[in-house]
Design a protein around this ligand. Structure first.
Ligand SMILES: [Zn+2]
Length: 81
């Protein structure tokens, strides 16, 4: 039985028609939003989605567009706008 944190876990395979895989590594994946999917945090369409199962993640502030973060039990999802 899934716990509550995983009950609404985002399954990218459910959005395969709308997300283009840009890069995939062992613990990270990077997608481009092809169909205007909405960010679960702010409900605006996002441009890119970065998913990481790593404990620590660094981002370049010079590349920072507005972004939203979603925490799940074993990973973090970053939506850039
Ligand atoms: Zn957002």
């Amino acid at each position: 039985m899934k716990d509550q944190a995983d009950a609404d876990r985002i399954d990218v395979h459910d959005f395969r028609h709308a997300l283009k895989l840009v890069t995939e590594k062992r613990e990270t994946a990077h997608y481009r939003n092809k169909k205007g999917l909405r960010c679960p945090a702010c409900r605006r369409p996002f441009e890119r989605l970065f998913i990481s199962e790593k404990r620590h993640n660094s981002f370049d502030p010079n590349a920072a567009n507005p972004f939203c973060i979603r925490h799940e039990s074993d990973r973090v999802l970053v939506f850039t706008h």
